[in-house]
Design a protein around this ligand. Structure first.
Ligand code: SF4
Ligand code: SF4
Length: 103
C-alpha cells in the first residue's frame, strides 16, 4: 500500500542569538503559541498556524518561518489525530479573525 505524503507546512522559528526577549511577538500571536522562557521567545509548534505575524513584528528579525512536516501517517488512529489537530487549527483561526476584527 502506498504511504500517504506527510502534511507540509511552515512554523515560526526563533534565532536565540537575535532574540532579546522583548515579548512583542507574544502580544501579536493570536494562538498563544509563543512564550518567553529565560528571556527568549519559544514557539509551541502545535499551536503555531504559520500566519507569520510574529515574524513581521519582531524588531530584531529573530523569527523566520521554517518548513515543517507532520510525521508520516501510518495508522488510522493517526488520521483521527491529525483531523482533530486540523479542527483545532480551524478554531484558532476563527479566534484570530475575531481578534483582528475587534482591533
Ligand atoms: S519580538 Fe523578536 S526579539 Fe522580541 S521576544 Fe519575540 S523573537 Fe524575541
Ligand atoms: S506564525 Fe503566527 S501562530 Fe505561529 S507563532 Fe507566529 S504569530 Fe503565532
Amino acid at each position: 500500500m502506498q504511504q500517504p505524503s506527510p502534511l507540509l507546512t511552515w512554523k515560526a522559528s526563533v534565532d536565540e542569538n537575535l532574540c532579546v526577549g522583548c515579548g512583542k511577538c507574544t502580544e501579536v500571536c493570536g494562538t498563544g503559541a509563543i512564550r518567553i522562557i529565560d528571556k527568549k521567545a519559544v514557539v509551541d509548534f502545535d499551536r503555531c498556524i504559520c500566519c507569520a505575524i510574529c515574524m513581521k513584528t519582531c524588531p530584531r528579525g529573530a523569527i523566520t518561518m521554517i518548513p515543517y512536516s507532520f510525521p508520516i501517517l501510518k495508522r488510522e488512529e493517526d488520521f483521527d489525530e491529525i483531523i482533530a489537530q486540523l479542527k483545532g487549527i480551524g478554531a484558532q483561526l476563527e479566534e484570530m479573525e475575531r481578534s483582528i476584527e475587534e482591533l
